[in-house]
Design a protein around this ligand. Structure first.
Ligand code: C2O
Ligand code: CU
Ligand code: CU
Length: 477
């Protein structure tokens, strides 16, 4: 079956918001879609791999004329793509060449907080560095690296800091998915921006409910074109926007197949013609151009605005049928006797709260024992003016989405997730299990909401190993 409508209901779309800025169709010249380069290791010693990642300033030719001052990870804009292999021990040297403090957050990686995962407690000061190391022990998926300094995450991402992270594993490698990076397997980082005399100006464009821009900027390219040289193309779509939900579809309603969500391969492929993605979510899809001939152009749209063209070239026929079963996702076994956790996202603008509170870096808001599987009911109470979607994100784990207001979850939510869009007036039930002790953030992933304080922290504890964490204060940022 092919789903031909968005899973989110139309009334929740953010279009009704007073401050909403729709994407605009641009008449700027077409440009080849920029594909981020792969980050090369500094050295490899057996199972130990060493990387350096530098948060840096740069300049990028985004619009005709003057270059735009941009920020990136080991690149002028966005960042080089990092590829991690399951089971490898990584040592990463994090360098900050920016004029201000930042952090390096591994969104989606199952690494310990609050330091290794790069939340607000792991500052790297200007001119400074930090070394982290971890063994990668999670399945293949698309994650991302972004800054997380309190309260400047939104501005730093707006300036350009966001890199794709690809995790590979031997199980996923057996599936008939395209995986030739840059050729038939490409990251699609969705962002929206405005420019003022070709420059970013976060202050001018700032919106408390999430800053929006009229230009669709994909991998740093406006009006991009990708030359398709294979029948099947895998898109690792990452919503790297501060706030925008993208409602994706092709101009000819071309079908595509979703194969993965945030935490990796879905249990079965989901055929669609329309896909909505909220901030920080990742959706991997395969587009099969087998019905197209060389010279055909297929345009990816968000609402009615063209955002990226695919020019079909000569390709070798490669009719692959995906297996109907892709991945086994274990049914969550809730820890007997455990209580349901209720967490509430409320308000808009400066009234946003998480559980009625604003973020406090030195307050631990909850505790959960590692290894326990606990149900969390995540509620978005905000339904005045139709409210807005708050994309709920949890560090340090991948969760399963069990129900939406007691009803079935969306067909593409049967895999692991670390972000879930919660509609206004809705309660989403998720099953949460931490495997590593530490302090983890949970928050709304509209970056301006997070910066305003719609964020809290949980200690995942190991009763056999008491651990004291040093929680820094805002003044130390
Ligand atoms: Cu992608 Cu706490 O963030
Ligand atoms: Cu995160
Ligand atoms: Cu929010």
């Amino acid at each position: 079956m092919v789903y031909t409508d968005y899973f989110f209901d139309e009334p929740v779309f953010d279009l009704h918001d007073g401050g909403y800025i729709p994407l605009e169709k641009t008449d700027l010249p077409e440009k080849p879609l920029s594909i981020p380069k792969l980050l090369k290791p500094d050295k490899i010693e057996g199972n130990d791999v060493y990387y350096t990642i530098t948060a840096q300033e740069g300049e990028t030719q985004i619009l005709p004329g003057k270059k735009t001052k941009t920020w990136g990870f080991s690149a002028p804009l966005l960042g080089k793509t990092v590829v991690f292999k399951q089971g490898v021990h990584y040592h990463i040297h994090l360098v900050n060449e920016l004029p201000e403090v930042t952090t390096f957050h591994w969104h989606g990686l199952n690494v310990t907080g609050p330091i290794v995962d790069g939340g607000p407690h792991a500052p790297v000061y200007p001119g400074g560095s930090r070394d982290i190391d971890f063994t990668l022990d999670q399945p293949a998926q698309t994650d991302w690296l972004h800054p997380h300094p309190c309260p400047n995450t939104a501005r730093q991402v707006w300036n350009g800091l966001a890199a794709a992270v690809i995790v590979t594993d031997p199980e996923e490698a057996k599936l008939p998915f395209p995986r030739n990076y840059g050729v038939d397997d490409i990251p699609i980082v969705l962002q929206d921006r405005n420019y003022h005399d070709n420059q970013l100006d976060y202050k001018t464009d700032y919106d408390m409910d999430g800053t929006l821009g009229k230009y669709a900027v994909i991998n740093g390219t406006i009006n991009g074109v990708f030359n398709v040289t294979t029948q099947r193309l895998r898109l690792r779509i990452l919503n790297g926007s501060n706030r925008r939900e993208w409602r994706l579809h092709f101009d000819d309603d071309h079908e595509f197949t979703q194969i993965a969500s945030d935490g990796g391969t879905l249990p079965e492929p989901v055929e669609l013609t329309k896909l909505m993605i909220t901030t920080a979510e990742r959706d991997e899809v395969i587009v099969d151009f087998g019905d197209k001939k060389p010279g055909d152009v297929v345009t990816l749209m968000s609402d009615d605005v063209p955002i990226l063209k695919f020019k079909v070239g000569n390709y070798t026929r490669n009719d692959v049928k995906l297996p109907s079963h892709l991945n086994t996702i274990p049914k969550p076994v809730v820890t007997p006797g455990s209580k349901i956790v209720h967490t509430v996202m409320s308000g808009m603008d400066d009234q946003v709260r998480l559980d009625g509170k604003l973020f406090d870096m030195q307050r631990i808001d909850r505790k959960q024992k590692i290894g326990d599987t606990i149900l969390w009911d995540v509620t978005n109470t905000n339904d005045m003016d139709k409210g807005m979607i708050h994309p709920f994100h949890l560090h340090g784990c991948q969760f399963l989405v069990l129900s939406r207001n007691g009803k079935d979850v969306y067909p593409n939510e049967h895999g692991w997730k670390d972000v879930v869009g919660v509609n206004a007036g809705e309660t989403v039930r998720i099953a949460v299990k931490f495997t590593k002790f530490g302090i983890y953030m949970y928050h709304c992933h509209i970056l301006e909401h997070e910066d305003t304080g719609m964020m809290a922290q949980i200690e995942a504890y190991d009763p056999d190993h008491e651990h004291k964490f040093h929680l820094i204060s805002m003044e130390e940022m």
